[in-house]
Every structure is written in C-alpha cells, then in structure tokens.
Design a protein around this ligand. Structure first.
Ligand code: IPM
Ligand code: MG
Length: 369
C-alpha cells in the first residue's frame, strides 16, 4: 500500500498562488511516480485570509496546519494591507503560524547554482560554488520578547520598546539543530551574536560553547553580527553553517540570498520539536516575498517554492532520493537555459511561471525514463 502524507497548501498573497500552482504540479508528479501519495489540503493565510475572515490567521487554518504532515506556504503581504493595525497585518499570519506550531528552527540555504553564478551582483569567483546555510532562531528573541509596544509619556512624547529575550534552553535547542547540521555537512559552525554589546547574546555565545562539548567533530567559531555582514559579501565561502538569533538571521539571510543572484531561487524550512507521535511540525516557504509588482502576470520564479518542496521531502519525509531527483531536475533545467525574468542576467531564454513549471516536469519525466 502506498504511504500517504498530507500537505497543507497556503498560497497566501501576491505571487503566492502562481508559484504554488506550479509546485502542485510537481507534487502531483511525485504522487504519481514515487512511493508516497501526497494529499493536498488548502487554507487561507495573510491578506487573503484577512479579506475573507477579517484576520490573517484563523483557528481553522491553524487546526489544518497542526493536523497536516507538513505545511507549504507561498508568500504573504501586499500594499493593500499595509495600513492595517499590527495584529491584522498579513505578516502576523506568518508569525502566528511559526509561534503556534513551535517552529523554532529556520533553515535558510544559500546555494549558487553553477548555471546562475553570473547572475550575482558579486564577482563570479567570490560566489561560484557557494553552499552555505543559515540556521535562524525563529520563535524567540526581539520578535516576540516582552515588554513591547509604544506608550505615551507624561510630556506627550512617545516611547517605543522591543525586548531581546532568550533563555539558555532556547539557545541550546537551536544550537543543537545547527551542530547536527554542521556534522552532516562540512563540520564548520559559526555562531553570530553581538556579545560585545548585548548581554543576552553573550549568554547566547556561552551557551553555544557549552553545547559544543557534545560535538567535538564540529569546528565552532563566533562572529559579531556587523563583521558577519561584512564577511558575507567579502568571502561568503568561508561559511558552512551559521547559527544566529531571530533578527540577525532575518537580516543576514536576505544578504546571503542576494549572493546567489536571485531571491527567487531560495527555499526555506521551519521546524519544530518532535511530537509524541514522532511527527516534526514543519513549514516550508520560499525566502522571497509576495512581489505585488509582478503578481498575476505569470512572471514570477516558481523555483523557490518548488525547492521548498524538495526540502520538505528531505527534512519532513526523510526521502533523500526524491529530494535529490527534484534538485537535480532544477539544475538541469537551468543548464538547459530556462530563465524567469529575475534570473535573466545569467543569459538564456526567458520563460513564464507556467513554462518554468512545464520545464521542471519535462526534466522530471526525463529522470523517470
Ligand atoms: C522573513 C520575513 C518575515 C520575518 C516577515 C515577513 C515577518 O522577512 O521570513 O524573513 O521578518 O521573519
Ligand atoms: Mg526577512
């Protein structure tokens, strides 16, 4: 009997529905051609959910997410929702899913595909062959710390507060994810902090040091975040795995993404702690945003969403073979010259979102034969 897995598809806003449409075709191909059948359910999140239900994340979507074996999300946000109150903004839907599902570990690979090395704004020899991953803590830090908010002072001026808060347990748990990953890769872990200024991140550094005792095979280094930003553009290939706080990871991962030539190529995984039934709550999403300027025009690059499914195969379903099959198909189609508008700098023939979907299915068919 075929194994069955359920995936909750949250298309979201902007280019979300378009890139997810092509990803559905890829998932269906694996259902038809692999050992596992994927049952897809659908839900609303972000602006789409706000428009339908007046809030960016409903209990129904949350329930579907917690019941699914994994969640795949397109993108959230857009100018039409920018003036909403903080708790109604599309981004709150994303943050709510992360928090409610306990997705504390965010894996953001930055991989330069050989065929695209020239699309980077950096010199080709600086980025060619880059293959690093940022492990970003996702449910703590300044994104969620209390106290927070803006208050009015007696003199009529206002005071805004956000708090950077971590417990050593939270640091230890994310450090273990990063050490485990480094162990399976090239054995190098760089922990990024601001320990020269922020006490909280000095505690972060000390805790990572302690966890290191359990991973003698991993070479651990530490870097201040300002230096890390500089090193990422100076010599990115010095990095294998970076582990860092929620906000530093947010910033550094955009920088790392740009090294690769296109945000449209990068997937991400957000993982939680193993449940009693053995499942690991997980959500996969492209690193790119909702790109409202090109939404609905069949121009967006669906590869980040498609590669997010490859990450799901690898991390949620332990199916390395299918993940490799899919990633290899993407590499081949890039070599074949298919390019969406965002990666045209690397030369080739421009294709639409749906034609990119056709191209990946063509490559997958080639694998099978
Ligand atoms: C990201 C995004 C989000 C974040 C926003 C949309 C809330 O920038 O996933 O990197 O800041 O985490
Ligand atoms: Mg970001």
């Amino acid at each position: 009997m075929n194994d069955v897995k359920t995936i909750l598809m949250l298309d979201g806003d902007g280019i979300g529905p378009e890139v997810m449409r092509e990803t559905r075709r890829v998932i269906d191909w694996f259902s038809a051609n692999g050992g596992t059948r994927y049952e897809l359910t659908n839900g609303l999140v972000g602006g789409a959910s706000y428009d339908a239900h007046g809030q960016p994340l409903t209990d129904d979507t949350l329930k579907l997410a917690s019941e699914a074996d994994a969640v795949l999300l397109g993108a959230v946000g857009g100018p039409q929702w920018e003036d909403l109150n903080f708790d109604k903004k599309p981004e709150r839907g994303l943050l709510g899913l992360r928090k409610e599902l306990g997705l504390f570990a965010n894996l953001r690979p930055a991989v330069v595909f050989e065929a695209l090395a020239e699309a980077s704004t950096l010199k080709t020899d600086i980025v060619a062959g880059l293959n690093m991953i940022i492990v970003r803590e996702l449910t703590g830090g300044i994104y969620f710390g209390e106290p927070r908010g803006v208050e009015k002072l007696p003199d009529g001026s206002r005071k805004g507060v956000n708090s950077l808060v971590y417990t050593s347990d939270e640091v230890e748990r994310i450090a273990r994810v990063a050490f485990d990953l480094a162990k399976k890769r090239n054995g190098r872990l760089c922990s990024v902090d601001k320990a020269n200024v922020l006490e909280c991140t000095l505690m972060w550094r000390e805790t990572v040091e302690q966890v290191h005792a359990d991973y003698p095979q991993v070479a651990l280094s530490h870097m201040y975040v300002d230096n890390a930003a500089m090193q990422l553009v100076r010599d990115p290939k010095q990095f294998d795995v970076i582990v860092t706080t929620n906000m530093f990871g947010d910033i550094l991962s955009d920088c790392a993404a740009m090294l690769t030539g296109s945000l449209g190529m990068l997937p991400s995984a957000s993982l939680g702690e193993k449940c009693a039934d053995g499942r690991i709550p997980s959500m996969y999403e492209p690193v790119h945003g909702s790109a409202p300027d090109i939404a609905g025009k069949n121009l967006a690059n669906p590869l980040a969403a498609i590669l997010s499914f490859a990450m799901m195969l690898r991390y949620s379903f332990d199916d390395t073979t299918s993940a490799d099959t899919l990633e290899d198909a993407v590499k081949r189609l890039l070599v074949s010259g298919a390019r969406t508008a965002d990666i045209m700098e690397a030369g080739g023939r421009q294709v639409s979102t749906s034609e990119m979907g056709d191209a990946i299915l063509f490559e997958l068919e080639n694998t099978a034969s």
